[in-house]
Design a protein around this ligand. Structure first.
Ligand code: HEM
Ligand code: HEM
Length: 325
């Protein structure tokens, strides 16, 4: 691979960063649409009250229309930036996997827009709203990966750099990525089946440690709480493993961020319950869900890039061989 990092790479990286940060903001805005109950404030799509969405007059952006219409406009902007980044990657980068990823990201943003439109036209069926919520988070990971792969550190870093270390951290990080996504799925189902009120207390659940499973709503909501504990334990264990070892210096920064994000996210989850789904904590809970997922994934990506993971015995043999030499 060509390891020179020229001005055109720098600008591609900057555009990819704008895309990734813009996607986090769009996810927060989408979370606000649902939290404010504004999903059907604009009943048609792709038009807005029969008018072209780009010329819809500003004075009509009132109440829920503001939330929903503005969400569509930001989404259109993200769509345009995705096209720019994808074409740019195809023009300046030689990595085939990155070109494929850029093309998949472009396809995903189109599908995401259509899902957004369908959820309006079909009046928010849970399956479509859940798919829209989950594709948003998956699309974010694509944009984060593009930004990481176009950064100077990644482009100029050599393949020979990876240090051989034990595989325990890789297993922990991979489990944390998978579990965080599972937790987001449980959160989206809880949210779009309106199961939050089924357990109105916290830290107890309907007055008990394990509630009576009297309905689907209680079961899915409780599963999300159990998932929160497992996700937090995995992320913090991986983070502590990084911080306790001098070997993982390159992972220290993202590891601190992912631990911070999951702690904030857990606290926001509790606040959602204590405030009975007040708009602000509820919207922030969606946004920090995305930030937690992105930081856990970035830590995993960095680990995979900079460390060559081995079974403990293999690492011991390699170290002994090095000591003898
Ligand atoms: C890149 C494109 C888009 C992204 C990343 C995105 C993201 C999101 C997210 C994260 C949510 C919150 C889901 C939740 O709270 O569980 C949401 C909600 C929503 N989005 Fe989008 N969106 C996009 C495009 C669109 C478009 C083009 C429309 C067109 C109508 C749309 C309509 C909606 C609606 C109606 C909701 C509320 C759904 C509900 O209350 O169940 N979105 N969006
Ligand atoms: C690791 C920690 C957690 C993560 C990653 C997480 C993630 C999420 C996400 C992403 C959503 C929204 C999904 C969507 O539609 O886009 C959600 C919803 C929800 N979460 Fe969490 N969550 C966590 C912890 C908690 C905790 C500790 C609680 C409660 C004690 C909680 C309660 C809820 C509730 C009630 C909803 C649905 C809100 C509504 O109906 O509007 N979460 N969670």
């Amino acid at each position: 691979m060509d390891r020179s990092f020229t001005a055109k790479h720098l600008w591609l990286f900057r555009a990819s960063m704008v895309l990734a940060v813009g996607t986090v903001l769009l996810i927060a805005k989408g979370g606000l649409v649902h939290s404010a109950g504004a999903g059907l404030s604009v009943p048609d799509w792709p038009n807005t009250y029969g008018q072209n969405m780009f010329t819809f007059p500003l004075e009509k952006w009132t109440g829920g229309i503001f939330y929903e219409h503005f969400h569509r406009l930001i989404a259109s902007g993200i769509g345009v930036i995705t096209i720019v980044v994808a074409v740019w990657v195809w023009l300046v980068d030689r990595r085939r996997w990155l070109k494929t990823l850029a093309a998949v990201a472009l396809g995903s943003v189109i599908v995401q827009g259509v899902l957004g439109g369908l959820t309006v036209l079909m009046q928010l069926p849970p399956a479509v709203s859940i798919a829209h919520a989950l594709l948003a988070q998956t699309f974010l990971l694509m944009t984060v990966t593009i930004a990481a792969a176009t950064s100077r550190a990644w482009v100029t870093g050599g393949d020979a750099a990876p240090v051989p270390v034990e595989s325990r951290l890789r297993t922990l990080l991979a489990s944390a990525v998978v579990m965080t996504f599972a937790q987001i799925v449980l959160g989206a189902v809880t949210r779009h089946t309106y199961s939050a009120p089924a357990i109105p207390d916290f830290p107890l659940s309907n007055g008990a440690i394990i509630p009576d499973f009297t309905s689907f709503h209680v079961a899915i909501h409780f599963a999300h709480r159990v998932g929160a504990v497992i996700t937090s334990v995995l992320i913090i264990s991986a983070g502590v493993t990084v911080l306790r070892s001098k070997q993982f210096a390159r992972l220290k920064q993202p590891a601190i961020w992912m631990m911070l994000m999951v702690l904030v996210q857990f606290t926001l989850g509790a606040t959602v319950i204590w405030t009975r789904q007040a708009i602000l904590p509820n919207t922030l809970h969606v946004a920090f869900g995305a930030l937690t997922f992105a930081t856990v994934f970035l830590t995993f990506l960095r680990a995979a890039r900079w460390y060559r993971f081995r079974e403990a015995a293999e690492v011991r043999t390699a170290t002994a061989r090095e000591a003898r030499a």
